[in-house]
Design a protein around this ligand. Structure first.
Ligand code: 6GU
Length: 241
């Protein structure tokens, strides 16, 4: 998968050298390009933001640098050139935004099947709306939110999305079985896990896990998943009425 990120803080993404995703990059499963938005400015001061039309607090990111940066990644075809060809199969342009669709495991799985993702990290009060409108005429664009809280910019959100998406790409996680029994994959939260020693600070590992009875262990784990989900995230359970 090819991933491009446009940001005014490229250093944020240095950590993608580490861990599983770092290995996935080394082995060529993920091909990452991080682009500094300021490199696409044309004025002397490399300004990326300006005051909002209509007034109000804060600054808005200017359309021109975004247009130049995204054209350099996506190509600068006129909107009419190939709209049908770009709608299916072309890159998906994702803008992290608290005003977007909620990012979920299902969305991560969907996006893990794509060949090319482009993330545009906004800062300040957001990006000039015409950037989203323009690229929506040329291809697939999504606004995606991590949850109902406000971050200072899209960088941390994009990091979370790339980690959630990247680990679902075949070959990135060494043992694919470990992806199966995770929270959210079957609609329930994960069961609790234990390792040695069997007794620690007066707390015992549930005896069933030491029993060697695989049927009983499966049943217990399923029960734990359901109890935990009822207690912590009842909104995830199917409605019974
Ligand atoms: Cl995706 N971006 C920003 N700036 N804030 C957020 C968010 C995204 N998701 C939740 N809060």
């Amino acid at each position: 998968m090819r991933i491009d990120i446009v940001t005014i803080f490229p250093e944020f993404f240095d950590v993608l050298d580490l861990s599983l995703l770092g290995k996935a990059r080394q082995s060529g499963l993920i091909d990452l390009g991080v682009h500094n938005l300021r490199d696409s400015t044309i004025d002397r001061h490399h300004s990326v933001d300006d005051t909002p039309y209509g007034g109000g607090a804060g600054m808005v990111m200017k359309a021109e640098p975004w247009g130049a940066a995204l054209d350099a990644i996506l190509g600068s075809d006129a909107p009419a050139a190939a709209p049908a060809a770009q709608a299916e199969g072309g890159p998906i342009l994702i803008f992290p935004s608290p005003a977007g669709d909620q990012f979920t495991q299902a969305m991560a799985r969907e996006l893990s099947l794509e060949q090319h993702l482009v993330f545009g990290c906004g800062r300040y009060e957001g990006i000039d709306q015409r950037v989203v409108d323009h690229y929506s005429q040329r291809g697939r664009v999504r606004l995606v939110s991590l949850g109902d809280y406000v971050l200072n910019g899209g960088e941390v959100a994009v990091m979370a999305m790339i980690e959630a998406i990247g680990r679902l790409i075949p070959g990135v996680v060494g043992n694919p079985a470990s992806l199966v029994e995770e929270s959210h994959e079957d609609g329930l939260l994960e069961y609790p896990s234990y390792t040695k020693p069997a007794s620690w600070r007066g707390l015992e590992v549930p005896p069933v896990l030491l029993s060697g009875n695989h049927g009983a262990i499966s049943t217990w784990r399923r029960q734990q998943q359901i109890e935990r989900t009822e207690r912590v995230r009842p909104d995830l359970l199917p409605r019974t009425i």
